[in-house]
Write a protein that binds this ligand. Structure first.
Ligand SMILES: [Zn+2]
Length: 299
């Protein structure tokens, strides 16, 4: 199985267009200390030729340009991306669908809840009916988006996307609106969980023994955004478990057998983004990799 991390940042990317926080500022002035990163997306392949895109970020056009495996290579119009899977309806995971138009056929997969929110918004009709087939996938129902690649979706504690929040919203609920994906090919297993509000026993059992885990690295501490002075929301309020602190993911996953532990979906306020920082050293000493754009894995 081949995996390419197309975008390793959370919503807004790094630097975020309107942000002058210390980390965004460093990403502009000293890219050796803070590598710029695009918004959350990965691509997975069983054969290195046909690819499943998981989540379509607003930066998709740049991501496909930056990674040669994703370039068209046959005839006049072609894409190695044969299928797209959405793990939630966040803007940073669905806005890129607007770029994947121009009459290119592919299959679009997601849970009924996620596809309903896409279907309800007519701007997504740019993915023409009859060209892009939208297919709802049930929880715990393995499906094969590409030959030789099997995906199973499972609910993880989360919340609805910010743009769908209302007074009935429940944080930490396990619903179809935030899911993880277990991907299998050639006897290797990858777990992809870019958004997760809490590590539960069920989640630990689910991912035990995987060859690689790509996990929600939005915040280091629950109050990152408040510490950085850029917001009032905690990680919990945004549906993201912190890396460190009470119930932090590093400790909560420490006893689980996992091949590679990799943080993705990293918010631009997270100090682990600074090369050589004590925070980066701490998570690396705990056995975790902080993903950067273009990171390739062969499992
Ligand atoms: Zn920033």
């Amino acid at each position: 199985m081949r995996v390419v991390i197309l975008g390793s940042a959370a919503g807004g990317g790094l630097p975020q267009w309107n942000c002058r926080c210390p980390i965004c500022t460093l990403a502009r002035s000293e890219p050796d200390r803070v590598r710029p990163r695009t918004q959350s997306s990965i691509a997975v392949s069983a054969d290195g030729s046909d690819w499943l895109l998981i989540n379509a970020s607003p930066d998709i056009r740049q991501q496909l340009f930056d990674n040669a495996q994703m370039h068209p290579r046959e005839g006049l119009r072609h894409s190695p991306i044969r299928a797209v899977l959405l793990t939630n309806g966040d803007v940073d995971h669905v806005a890129g669908l607007l770029t994947l138009r121009e009459g290119q056929p592919y299959a679009l997969y997601g849970t009924r809840g996620i596809l309903d929110s896409v279907n309800a918004n007519r701007v997504f009709d740019v993915m023409a009916e009859g060209v892009v087939e939208r297919q709802a996938i049930g929880m715990d129902e393995p499906f094969e988006p590409l030959p030789g690649l099997t995906v199973t979706l499972f609910p993880v504690p989360g919340k609805v996307p910010l743009w769908l929040e209302d007074e009935t919203m429940e944080i930490g609920a396990e619903t179809e609106t935030t899911v993880g994906a277990l991907i299998e090919a050639g006897g290797r297993r990858l777990a992809y969980i870019p958004g997760c509000a809490r590590v539960t026993d069920g989640l630990r059992r689910r991912i035990a023994g995987v060859d690689a885990l790509l996990f929600d690295g939005t915040v280091l501490h629950d109050d990152d955004m408040i510490r950085a002075g850029v917001g009032t929301k905690t990680g919990w309020r945004m549906g993201h478990v912190p890396m460190r602190g009470e119930n932090g993911s590093i400790d909560a996953l420490a006893a689980v057998e996992i091949g590679h532990r990799i943080f993705v979906h990293i918010n631009n306020t997270n100090p682990v983004l600074v090369e050589g920082s004590p925070e980066r050293a701490d998570v690396e000493a705990a056995g975790w990799t902080v993903a950067h754009d273009g990171l390739n894995l062969s499992l």
